[in-house]
Write a protein that binds this ligand. Sequence first.
Ligand SMILES: Cc1cc2nc3c(=O)[nH]c(=O)nc-3n(C[C@H](O)[C@H](O)[C@H](O)COP(=O)(O)OP(=O)(O)OC[C@H]3O[C@@H](n4cnc5c(N)ncnc54)[C@H](O)[C@@H]3O)c2cc1C
Length: 530
Amino acid sequence: MPDHDAIVVGSGINSLACAALLARAGWSVCVLERNDYLGGAVKTAELTEPGFLHDVFSAWHPLWVGGVGHAELGDELAARGLEYLNTDYPTATLFPDGEAAFLLRSADANAAELDRHMPGDGDAWRRELARFFPNADLAFGLLGTELWSKSGLALALRVYRRLGRRGAAAFAGDLLVSSRDWLTDTFASERAHGLLAPWVLHTGLGPDAAASGFMTQVIGVAVQEGGMPIPRGGGARLVDALVRLIHDHGGVCETGRDVERILVRDGQATAVRTEDGDELTAARAVIANVTPTQLYGRLLDKPEPRFRYGRSEMQIHFALSEPPRWEGDERLGKTAIVHLTPGLDGVSRAVNEAERGLLPAEATVVVGQPLTIDPIRAPEGAGLLWIQLQELPWRVKGDAARVLETGDGIWTEALRERYADRIQARIAEHVPNLESAIRKRVVLSPADLHAANVNLHHGDPYSGSLALDQNFLWRPFAASPGHRTPVDRLWHIGASTHPGPGLGAGSGTLVAKQLLEPPLPKRLLARVRR
Ligand SMILES: Cc1cc2nc3c(=O)[nH]c(=O)nc-3n(C[C@H](O)[C@H](O)[C@H](O)COP(=O)(O)OP(=O)(O)OC[C@H]3O[C@@H](n4cnc5c(N)ncnc54)[C@H](O)[C@@H]3O)c2cc1C
């Protein structure tokens, strides 16, 4: 008797959503995690001082709340204690001159805000929404469909039937536009450009990359419509609820279990072997939430495929004795995510410097303020900041500001702390009480991220470059796109696979759906009966 129906390697959000859906449908599932905690890039910990609950890696859950996993499992997770909180002030950009632009929660509010910076940009926003919404199902469908399958074909046919041949070609062309081109063609004000451009970093792209314009529009609409939800008490509450759901349906999740080999017999994945020598058999599927490099190079012992990783990142966590006091627009103190950047060109320059191996002179600083939504994450009267820097190289060739000594290019503790000092000083220009309020600062360099989670290879938070040749139809790579693998019953999920990174659990839910699809004879019979 096999030990389980399905074995899931790794316990990231995609694994847990997949395992929960399978377990709920009656499969016996086992999730094996090499770390000593479940959740991968979703972890909440008192990283600085007791009473300060930091989301160590990911923090913001609009993709989960807007995704299929939440639609399928949300009620059962809520019954197990998961509660989402939201805000009317999801995001803003603060420019060096102290002026700020905000993305708010309704079309009217956003039109008014954009008009405040440049009359006419409000109408431009409304026109873009009017263009986007009628085909929103197609845009989101691209991110929620197994593209190399009959569902992918059905999506393509839907595009063709609705838009015609020319319209379909125009739709596909629009998907490829860069953020820079879309922003500058649409809005007159550089404030509008600077408000939206930093969001492409959260999709692993830069503002000059192909398809970054499409991703900017998707995020702009998603934030307006969905806000910036986070779980009460920290991101790990989502993990807790998913694990409880898996357990309640008889599944198991084990930590400290490093899978070193997937065992293949007669072309089928039948079992896994852990580093401590245990073999566990799976009757129906092995589902690997790993990078392609690990899947082929280690678990299957085949030649490593060509797969590129993206830029590296750094996290800075602050525990503060009081809330940050922002200078300028009073709404900044209520806003969940504030980007500090000179604007579109600033983001473009910092991305380019990082891609050339340099520490950016003026990074795009993502200042996350979870307490604006969930005050219980810190002692009363205290402050807490979550800082993300997504424009860093893995091997540092130099400093674009020509200030920091980068030595042999390795992320040493000294380099990490000196670069964090630069970022801290940038924030302090707008938050004068920051430095006097710091109780503790914890910085995670690209090397720390690499060590914390094997899927964050070289500190790439998105587990693989999202350049067009490794995105959408070609993720993880053109020779083996999608989630099936050359080995029968072995499925590949996780941020390295379509639809890529983020907490949407897209790949995990897509694979669960395919595994739970009734076999062809049953489907035909059902169709005949209907
Ligand atoms: C710092 C940071 C901030 C982010 N912020 C956000 C955010 O705010 N919102 C958002 O939507 N997204 C965010 N992201 C992206 C998002 O968190 C990730 O894309 C997503 O969590 C990845 O989930 P996953 O299912 O691919 O697996 P992961 O979370 O990468 O987990 C994979 C797990 O598999 C385990 N594993 C790997 N190999 C093996 C093996 N052989 N045996 C056993 N276990 C193994 C690893 O230890 C790991 O725990 C962020 C990412 C990072 C790094």
